[in-house]
Structure formats: C-alpha cells, structure tokens
Write a protein that binds this ligand. Structure first.
Ligand SMILES: Nc1ncnc2c1ncn2[C@@H]1O[C@H](COP(=O)(O)OP(=O)(O)OP(=O)(O)O)[C@@H](O)[C@H]1O
Ligand SMILES: [Mg+2]
Length: 235
C-alpha cells in the first residue's frame, strides 16, 4: 500500500514562479480527496506534484514506496484525454501491453472494461472519432484497467453534460467502493459534494482550508471558503 502520503512544504516552480506551494498535507488510504479552488489556484499543479510529473523544487512528498514504485500503482486522467490513433480497445489495452501482458489477455480485459464504461457497442471505433464524453469514459477505463491503488483525475467532467457527468461519477463511485483511492480536481461543487470524503481548498497556490467534506460544506472555517461555496469571486 502506497498510503499514507505525507507532503511537507512541497513546492513546484516554473521559471522562478511558484505554481503551487509550499503545501503540507496528509492523505490517508481510503476515499476520495477533491481539490477545489479558483482558476490558477494550483489544482492541476498539485495533482502533478503528488503524482510525480511536476518537478519538486522544495519540500518532500513521501509515499510509503519510492516515487518510481509509487508511480507504478497510480494512474492519471487528464482534463483532455490523449487518444492513440487506434481503436477503443487498443487504447484501453495499452497500459496492460506496456506492462508486458500477452495481447489476447490484454484485449479481453480491455473489451470487458469497454463494456463497464458504456463503450461496449463501439470497441473497434477509432478512438479519436469518439465524442468528448466517450473519450473521457475511455480514459477512465484505461486508468482503471491496471487496478491502480490511486487514480488522479484533473477535472474529468469539464465540458461534459449532466448525463455524461453522471455516468462518469457512477464509475468513480463504483471504483471508490472497491477501494481505489481517488484524488481529483473539479470546478463542480455538486460533484465535489457527491464524491468527496475530504476537501482540499486551494487559493494562490496554497492550501487555504482542508478537512472532511461534510464539515467543509456545512461549516467552512474561512471567509474565502464560504465565499467560494457561495459562488462569489475569490481570487
Ligand atoms: N507551464 C506553466 N508555465 C508557467 N506558469 C504555469 C504553467 N502551468 C501553470 N502555470 C501557472 O501556475 C498557476 C497554477 O496553475 P494550475 O494550472 O495548477 O491552476 P488550476 O487551479 O489547475 O487552474 P484551472 O482551474 O484554470 O485549471 C497559475 O498561475 C498558472 O498560470
Ligand atoms: Mg487545472
């Protein structure tokens, strides 16, 4: 198990500018952590930092395994999924193939996952021709097929309609119930309420408030969190 994760004074910069940090967080091993905050507050940067794709310039990020081994049990779903110019099942099978699974086994599992995410009637379609919602479902199947311990999702439902969002949330709830640890960002406070066990509210690249989701939504402790939940403009 890669959890708990202890983050202490972690910071990432770009050309001298701090994108996020210093951030200190403790993430326990179960449930969903949802990262919220205004545009530019550092949500994407924080997810990249935790996953190890953004460079750590200061502080420490301590998984229970070395970062390369921790990365191997994680998946990352981008806001805009990247599709290979191949079929749906080829895309879903890809992480298994690069891990050395025999092709027939990988394809069988990919077909199964295509069905689980609602793409069972289009397994051989060219992935780039899918709609945005369908591509996002493909990205989820590709993220979950390796049975990761942690899945990072950066605004996985941005630009999707209510129905596609509900379908994707159902997949996330199901995976969460099966013990997959989720760490996701969203702008959708309804989604945050539905999925989060714990909230990290970022502001200006730093953790402004964090706590159990019920507590955060019912009784936010800071003026900025109250204003943000109220829909007011928070810089
Ligand atoms: N590649 C980059 N080069 C320079 N600055 C960057 C880069 N990526 C992000 N930033 C800056 O870092 C800060 C945090 O950006 P980040 O994308 O993490 O925020 P965010 O909370 O995900 O925003 P959004 O809600 O718009 O997705 C912003 O000020 C942004 O302009
Ligand atoms: Mg972002």
């Amino acid at each position: 198990m890669v959890f708990p994760l202890q983050v202490t004074g972690a910071e990432t910069r770009r050309r001298g500018k701090v994108l996020v940090g210093p951030v200190s967080l403790h993430l326990a091993g179960v449930g969903a952590t949802v990262v919220i905050g205004p545009n530019g507050s550092g949500k994407t940067s924080l997810l990249g930092l935790l996953h190890g794709t953004a460079r750590l310039h200061a502080g420490t990020i301590a998984w229970q395994l070395p970062m390369d081994q921790a990365r191997a049990v994680q998946s990352f779903v981008f806001q805009r999924p990247v599709m290979l110019r191949r079929s749906v099942v080829d895309n879903i099978a890809y992480p298994l193939l690069i891990r050395g699974l025999p092709k027939a086994k990988a394809m069988a599992q990919a077909l199964d996952w295509a069905k689980r995410v609602g793409l069972g009637d289009m397994p051989y379609r060219a992935a780039p021709s899918l709609s945005g919602g369908e591509q996002q479902k493909l990205a989820l199947a590709r993220a979950f097929i390796t049975a990761p311990q942690v899945v990072f999702l950066d605004e996985p439902c941005a630009s999707l309609d209510g129905r596609a969002t509900a379908e994707i949330e159902a997949i996330l709830q199901d995976q969460k119930a099966q013990g997959t640890r989720l760490v996701m960002s969203t702008h959708d406070m309804g989604q945050a309420r539905r999925l989060a066990d714990e909230i990290v509210f970022l502001r200006g690249g730093q953790v402004h408030e964090t706590g159990p989701a019920a507590q955060f939504f019912d009784a936010p402790q800071t003026d900025a969190a109250r204003a943000f939940l109220n829909g007011d403009i928070v810089e």
